[in-house]
Design a protein around this ligand. Sequence first.
Ligand SMILES: Nc1nc2c(ncn2[C@@H]2O[C@H](COP(=O)(O)OP(=O)(O)OP(=O)(O)O)[C@@H](O)[C@H]2O)c(=O)[nH]1
Ligand SMILES: [Mg+2]
Length: 308
Amino acid sequence: MGFFDKIKAGLRRTTAAVTDQLNDLIANFVEVDEETLEELEEALILSDLGATVAADATSRVADVARHQRIDSPLALRCALKDVLVDMMTEDTGLNTTTNPSVILVIGVNGVGKTTSIGKLAHRYVQEGHRVMLSAADTFRAAAADQLEIWAKRAGADIVRHGEGADPAAVVFDSIAAAKARGCDIIIIDTAGRLHNKSNLMNELNKIDRIITRELPDAARETLLVLDATTGQNAVHQAEEFNKVAKLTGIVLTKLDGTAKGGIVVAISGGLHVPVKLIGVGEGLDDLMDFERSAFVEALLPPVEDFER
Ligand SMILES: Nc1nc2c(ncn2[C@@H]2O[C@H](COP(=O)(O)OP(=O)(O)OP(=O)(O)O)[C@@H](O)[C@H]2O)c(=O)[nH]1
Ligand SMILES: [Mg+2]
């Protein structure tokens, strides 16, 4: 299955929610006027774009309409597609240009950090890399057990300490082991239970210092994992994490569930951090590189509906 089909399948339940509103609006569309713009904004908010991003998208469509004729359902769909794609941060892949490279994975409890790490490890191993997983979620013993299961499945190495150990010490040992074994990619799992902001900042700073000291020239990624089904709450988390860590990308999980696809536009458009990966299921292969154009194409009602 290609990106488009998989997204489409993943978003099937979702698209219904988006499509009902947008479908009606687009299908019955005649011209851009006050009323259609209001309806458009409402439909976009219902698709989880959030009020601010929906208003921005709507005013951009109005702008387009001032310069070019939008006088058919298909023309509206095209204009809307261009606007939404434009609003999202440009696609960039993960930077893993050094050996080793370091990918730090953060996010709140239960969003899919460990699962995404397992999938990512699988992908890199399939591509012929040697991968080291670092179990820096020492909050509970089960976290390292879970990561170990993924390491086995993916064929990756793992370094873990006991429950309650210092996460930065785990990172230190993982880097040493990765160097000794010639691993290309180090992926660090972190605890999702740091509700206190200064606590989180301290832990991330400590990990950051270790990486900078031990691997000063390494390519780095700091990925924030967000659960797409939590809607605007995911946007809020992104804003909070963006204040305490230098995020390089977003991993948006559970897009196969009840999520509304507009959440991707809200996050990518509102935050200026690129969505780099999306999770569309619980299996090893259910992680995909994000492509904004293909995503919006899958999000909007199919072109065939408006052609005759
Ligand atoms: N449907 C679906 N489920 C997912 C996806 N990603 C993760 N999950 C599920 O979400 C649940 C939580 O995933 P974890 O990977 O344990 O989340 P975590 O962020 O590591 O959680 P903590 O370690 O407790 O902070 C698990 O049941 C996963 O199977 C996805 O893309 N789609
Ligand atoms: Mg976890």
